[in-house]
Design a protein around this ligand. Structure first.
Ligand code: NAD
Length: 698
């Protein structure tokens, strides 16, 4: 008998229990165990209950098996054994039932779930189709139209909604799957027939070309440029036009092809990269993690308010400090308005909103946050101001308070040095809007203690962010690569003859949600302008570093908020309009610097922007600002909208080949100067045919 799949007799029921911790992913062992049981008749029982131990029913297929051909027994074979079983098979689900886990349940004759169960087929997010019968059985159970909507919806739905869809036969109000046994017994008592999904005809009502096109357009918003949605449509069409056997065969072929596509490989890379980010050397010491039961936030501006919402959402009280009552009221009003939008959209109830707003305290006195477990500073980007604040916090706050800064570029070590507790200081770099963006860059100062770092990582999980650790340098991982790589090059391309709209279009077509200049206009050109205006930056980056952006900022064009930046904006609109004044400004800069303007090809724009980004990423790795190249990919996915289907800049570089990139960068150096000095690590790896993903610091 398999250790992973058990069988026991409970009265007249045979209970098959899958036990494959931590999330009962279906791998070869699980398939073998199921095959063993369902190949035999169980004469002493009247029905089989299929359930799982632990926190969830099968959460999906074991993705680690996807890189090689799936070994026997196949999903199709095992699920067919279950479907053809001679007595009723009843799936009793709990937890989060995804992908192949749900497809297993679809092959059963009856399906029930505990009331808090969530069910979904999120395969598209991995660039594949529900290829273990999902596209054939789901349309038979809930209809083709609802099946397409369910698969394109990606996010799991709750049990009560699944019941309404007919995906479930019963919702069980119990804390354990054993609650499902009663339901199974009642089916036996009623002598229900065996109900094979394969025998059900597909209801194709409403599955019109118009509906399909609309659905395809909608899914494009979350799966831009991906092919998997088209494969799902094809497969559901097959379910309608083919016999079940033919449809399953075709689905297997389509599924296997999708598994080895570049899109699926890149999306798998990001999936695993995200799971690796919390493996940080020295961050899970024997020492304890400090529990954060209350938070102080300094600054109630754009970032302070958004950061506060993360804690309010999980029931942690927040005290916000700002310089004046009016600044506080303004900040809290923004929080309230954001919650009201969530209430209007039905995401949060009115009472939840009131509860969360009730957790806010406001004050103009730092003393009010002296007992907080964590204080996050989010005032203007000014090192002297931040140092003064940390000096004062250190004196006022209880000894074990963690002090964090939300600076986007400044030296966390210098800020920590203004306290007598540098081991308790770290950077918590949230991205704007801080209540929405999933990324949290956790900046480890040279004196940040392992406990403080581990507490930061733990905190990220609690507030449902992806926390990636970075070392101290200007801009950390994300902003440094953006400023010193990508956007620097984009600015230079303007001087050579490209226009903001051409560059923005090329980067949009590459897969970014917007190009660099639309982004500057959205974030505020003044932010970068003030960074570039700092004396040390001027010395560090002489002309033509960001010449155009600097001039746009100098002219007071701060972007959307002032109605003009790189583009013009009509009142109340965020749509960029071409402005000839900017063409003139750019031309003047080119002339001033003696740069002859020319036509710049789209392909050159893409290559130069991305290679500059990769080169800076290589420097960040060699300086050990990032622990691994996949962390950089996660940062670029979650913080900057790098297209997921390309896996991330460092993954993309490995695919292109580092020696190719190195050779191109050397050519650029000849043409455009020392900005294009290849990173030492890039040179080293290119020389040995290496890759960023295999490299680790010596
Ligand atoms: P903001 O101008 O919107 O808000 C700053 C707030 O700090 C204001 O309400 C101001 O009154 C308050 N403040 C100033 N001095 C203070 C003091 N001594 N004590 C208490 N409050 C004080 O700024 P923001 O955009 O929220 O940025 C805050 C920080 O977050 C900066 O370090 C910035 O670099 C960083 N950051 C910003 C973004 C972004 O996109 N805006 C993204 C990531 C990080």
């Amino acid at each position: 008998m398999s250790k992973t799949v058990g069988f026991e007799k409970v009265n007249n029921l045979g209970v098959v229990t899958i036990n494959n911790p931590p999330v009962n992913a279906i791998n070869q062992q699980v398939r073998l165990g199921l095959e063993q049981i369902f190949s035999k008749e169980q004469p002493e029982v009247s029905a089989i209950v299929l359930c799982c131990t632990g926190k969830t029913f099968c959460s999906g297929a074991d993705i680690k098996e996807f890189d090689n051909p799936i070994e026997d027994p196949s999903y199709q074979h095992v699920f067919k054994l279950i479907e053809n079983y001679k007595i009723p098979v009843i799936a009793v689900m709990h937890g989060t039932v995804l992908g192949a886990g749900l497809e297993l349940a679809l092959a059963c004759h009856y399906r029930c779930a505990l009331d808090r169960t969530r069910l979904g087929l999120p395969e598209i997010s991995l660039g594949i189709i529900p290829g273990a019968g999902g596209t054939q059985r789901l349309p038979r159970i809930i209809g083709a139209k609802a099946a397409l909507e369910f698969i394109f919806g990606i996010k799991p739905i709750v049990a009560s909604d699944a019941l309404d869809l007919n995906l479930l036969d019963e919702v069980i109000y119990s804390d354990t799957p054993s609650g499902g046994l009663e339901y199974a017994s009642s089916l036996v008592e009623r002598e229900v027939p065996i109900r094979r999904t394969a025998d059900i005809a597909v209801d194709a009502t409403g599955f019109s070309e118009e509906f399909i096109n609309d659905a395809r357009k909608r899914v494009e918003k979350v799966a831009r440029g991906q092919h998997a949605p088209d494969l799902v449509i094809q497969s559901i069409k097959n379910a309608i036009s083919m016999s079940f056997e033919e449809g399953i065969k075709a689905e297997k072929q389509i599924g296997e092809k999708s598994l080895v596509s570049d899109e699926a490989k890149a999306l798998r890379h990001i999936f695993f990269a995200e799971r690796k980010v919390s493996q940080v050397p020295g961050a899970s010491p024997s020492g304890e993690i400090i529990d954060i039961d209350n938070v102080g936030i300094i600054g109630s501006g754009t970032m302070g308010g958004g950061i506060a919402m993360n804690f309010l959402n999980i029931g942690v009280p927040v005290t916000i400090v700002d310089v004046s009552e009016s600044a506080l009221d303004k900040g809290i009003d923004v929080i309230s308005r954001n919650y009201q939008i969530s209430v209007d959209r039905g995401r949060v109830s009115k009472s939840q909103m009131e509860e969360r707003m009730g957790l806010i305290k406001k004050s103009t006195l730092y003393e009010s946050i002296s007992q907080c477990d964590l204080v996050i500073e989010a005032v203007f980007e000014d090192i002297e101001l931040k140092k003064t604040i940390f000096h004062n916090l250190d004196k006022l706050c209880k000894p074990d308070s963690i002090l964090a800064t939300n600076t986007s570029t400044l030296d966390v070590d210098e800020i920590a040095a203004s306290t007598n507790r540098p081991e308790k200081v770290l950077g918590l770099h949230f991205f704007s809007p801080a209540n929405v963006m999933k990324l949290l860059e956790i900046v480890r100062g040279n004196k940040t203690s392992p406990e403080t770092l581990a507490s930061g990582l733990n905190l990220a999980k609690k507030i449902k962010k992806v926390g990636v650790v970075a070392g101290v340098c200007f801009g950390f991982i994300g902003n440094r690569m953006m400023i010193e790589g990508f956007h620097r090059e984009a600015d230079h391309l303007l001087l050579e003859g490209a226009s903001p709209s051409q560059i923005d279009r090329v980067m949009y077509e590459f897969g970014f949600p917007m190009g660099p200049f639309a982004m500057h206009d959205m974030a505020g050109v003044d932010i970068m302008h003030s960074i570039l205006s700092a004396e040390d930056k001027k010395k560090q980056y002489p002309e033509p570093f960001f010449n155009v952006l600097y001039q746009v900022g100098e002219s007071g064009r701060f972007g959307q908020k002032t109605g003009k930046g790189f583009y013009l904006y009509e009142k109340g609109s965020r749509s960029p309009i071409h402005d000839p004044i900017i063409d003139k400004l750019i031309e003047n800069e080119s002339n001033k610097l003696g740069i002859e303007r020319r036509e710049v090809k789209d392909s050159e724009i893409e290559e130069r922007c991305m290679y500059a980004l990769i080169n800076e990423g290589a420097r960040i790795l060699e300086e050990e600002i990032s622990y691994r190249s996949s962390d950089i990919d996660v940062i670029w996915n979650y913080g900057y909208g790098f297209p997921r289907l390309r896996g991330g800049p460092m993954y993309m570089a490995d695919k292109i080949g580092l020696s190719n990139i190195h050779a191109t960068i050397l050519n650029y150096k000849k043409e455009y100067g020392d900005n294009w000095e290849p990173a030492k690590l890039l040179t080293e790896l290119a020389g040995v045919n290496g890759s960023f993903s295999d490299w680790s610091p010596g």
